[in-house]
Design a binder for this molecule. Structure first.
Ligand SMILES: Nc1ncnc2c1ncn2[C@@H]1O[C@H](COP(=O)(O)OP(=O)(O)O)[C@@H](O)[C@H]1O
Ligand SMILES: [Mg+2]
Length: 98
């Protein structure tokens, strides 16, 4: 049987901009995920715990096909969240608060 969730070496960077004056902005690269790996078996309840900014929401959004990882692999019931996104969307349910 496939694992319910597999995450393997997920990486994600965001580019954001910081104001440094009235008009000027400085580009900042935020490394949100630096190689996240875990797996969840069927019937397991799995919690992602961490302080604000740890990357929990980014991880969940990748698993739910709402974000594409820069690197790594993730699958739901064996379906690749990037290459088989439409299949993944058919088998998951998601409520996001933050
Ligand atoms: N769309 C975005 N643009 C820029 N930075 C982002 C974006 N989404 C998340 N981040 C940054 O990525 C890091 C991880 O954020 P997040 O996954 O929301 O953490 P958590 O849910 O654990 O609080 C934080 O530094 C956050 O500011
Ligand atoms: Mg969050």
């Amino acid at each position: 049987m496939n694992d319910a969730i597999v995450a393997s070496n997920l990486r994600k960077r965001f580019i954001s901009y910081e104001r440094i004056g009235f008009i000027r902005r400085r580009k900042i690269i935020v490394e949100a995920l630096r190689g996240v790996s875990f797996r969840v078996r069927w019937s397991e309840v799995y919690g992602l715990l961490g302080p604000n900014g740890a990357g929990k929401t980014t991880t969940v959004k990748i698993l739910a096909t709402l974000l594409i990882p820069d690197d790594g692999y993730a699958a739901i019931d064996g379906h690749d969240v990037v290459k088989e996104a439409s299949m993944v969307r058919r088998i998951i349910g998601l409520v996001l608060y933050r």
